[in-house]
Design a protein around this ligand. Structure first.
Ligand SMILES: [Zn+2]
Length: 459
């Protein structure tokens, strides 16, 4: 009897003993190594870019993308595969052209910005006024740009962490509205791009602006040189587009149901829609592929304790999927263990940030040890940005992670005709899958509660 009591006490102590990082690390390392050799993510990027290609929200291609998502998740063995429909505003490109009419006639390479107003039928012709910084245009008083096409040529600096996109991006996002307020009839902006090709980079702009397009970087410099010669330069701009106020869109979902705590959900994904000039490879077929492949690999050694959910958000570029996802899941936010999005191409992950206090937990220490050999830093500073499709969840209180990718080359390609499969490095893609899979495996098989950590950090 005494012996049995001792055993029972020992068993109780074992059950209550805190889990150690070294106990978890071997399984996580096995998932990591399997991911490094796994071709699923590459096959998904190849398939989506080949069989669907560009997939702007509101286009017939987006319907094919939805069907691709449903078929893909089903074929990979996900459960509860379905599409969550919503409506959103969609801007669809029509015929576009721009040319210098005089004094040195030549064609310009442009791409209209999302939400741009169309030009009058037959186009508009006006004198340009060039600003080398966005601020210089903002400094103009109302009426100063009356009847002109405003041209902003401030270049985008290259960064590893994509941190220039926010500050320089304002010239694309708000420029058409601000130029219009000052009397301009058209707006041309140097592409938010770090490459020097003659391919313009599109992107969305705030509603309510004047006809607006992105210039290829060499064409922005061409207009700078023409303006510097001191003679009036005239440009003709032709832009047609269609605005669909309530286009049909879908968030496509699949799950690996948790075996022990199915109601505790880990939400990860990328966005299924893309801009139209390329085939949406790095933006964001790779994010879809990384998270889908990683969730499957995380469960490759057996069903996870918690539910892993992959979401292919359906309208990131023009907005709407974050709001739709929150609206459909607002009652579930308290059960979301953590949310994450992959939406910065396939550059290698160099840093992972978790909610404040997260690295103190054995699961996260095991994760840090697992991904350190892949060149991933795990500083204690908490995650700041989770991704635009999970913004709604984050604002509603869901904890989130931030996987920082090397964005050094991202804006060479982003939103341009060069966003194609050949730019994806399969080894870098696999590194992303390995980091995500290790993380999902550890979180899905643990009791780590980022929700409690978040509350503690906020106190
Ligand atoms: Zn994106």
């Amino acid at each position: 009897m005494r012996h049995l009591a001792c055993l029972l006490v020992a068993a109780a102590i074992a059950a209550a003993a805190p889990v150690q990082a070294q106990d978890l690390a071997p399984a996580a390392a096995a998932v990591r190594d399997r991911a490094l050799d796994d071709a699923t993510a590459w096959k998904l990027v190849e398939s989506l870019t080949t069989e669907v290609g560009a997939r702007p929200v509101g286009s017939p291609a987006m319907m094919r993308a939805r069907d691709w998502g449903l078929a893909t998740l089903t074929a990979l063995g996900f459960a509860n595969v379905h599409a969550e429909a919503f409506t959103t505003r969609a801007w669809l490109r029509g015929e576009e052209s721009a040319e210098v009419v005089g004094p040195w006639p030549q064609k310009l390479q442009i791409l209209g910005l999302g939400n741009s107003a169309p030009t009058p039928k037959g186009g508009l012709t006006a004198e340009i006024i060039v600003f080398r910084t966005y601020q210089a245009m903002l400094d103009q008083p109302p009426g100063a740009l009356k009847g002109k096409i405003a041209v902003v040529t401030q270049p985008m600096p290259r960064t590893q962490d994509a941190s220039s996109y926010g500050p320089i991006g304002v010239q694309r996002r708000q420029g058409p509205v601000e130029a219009g307020k000052r009397g301009a009839v058209g707006y041309l902006v140097r592409s938010l791009a770090t490459d020097g090709t003659r391919l313009p980079h599109t992107g969305t702009s705030a509603a309510g602006g004047i006809p607006a397009a992105a210039l290829a970087p060499p064409d922005a410099e061409l207009l700078e040189r023409m303006a510097a010669r001191g003679k009036p330069v005239t440009v003709r701009l032709v832009m047609n587009s269609t605005l669909v106020p309530a286009a049909q869109a879908w968030n496509v979902v699949g799950e690996i149901r948790g075996a022990e705590k199915p109601d505790e959900v880990i939400v990860v994904g990328g966005h299924l829609d893309s801009w139209d000039p390329g085939t949406g490879a790095i933006d964001d077929a790779t994010g879809i592929a990384i998270t889908t492949a990683a969730a499957r690999l995380a469960a490759s050694a057996g069903p996870p304790k918690r539910t892993l959910r992959v979401v292919m958000w359906g309208s990131e570029e023009q907005g709407g999927s974050s709001e739709a996802y929150l609206a459909a899941h607002k009652d579930e936010v308290s059960r979301i263990v953590v949310a994450g999005e992959s939406d910065l191409g396939a550059g290698r992950i160099w840093r992972v940030s978790v909610p404040a206090g997260g690295w103190a937990h054995p699961e996260m220490r095991a994760f840090a040890a697992t991904v350190a050999p892949l060149g991933v830093l795990t500083p204690t500073a908490p995650a700041l940005q989770g991704g635009s499709d999970i913004e709604g969840l984050i604002e509603a209180g869901a904890p989130f992670v931030e996987f920082s990718q090397d964005a050094d080359r991202y804006f060479d390609l982003h939103h341009s005709a060069d966003d194609t499969l050949d730019k994806v490095d399969p080894r870098d893609l696999a590194q992303n899958v390995a980091v995500w899979a290790s993380f999902l495996h550890l979180v899905a098989n643990s009791d780590i509660d980022f929700r409690a950590l978040k509350t503690a950090a906020n106190r």
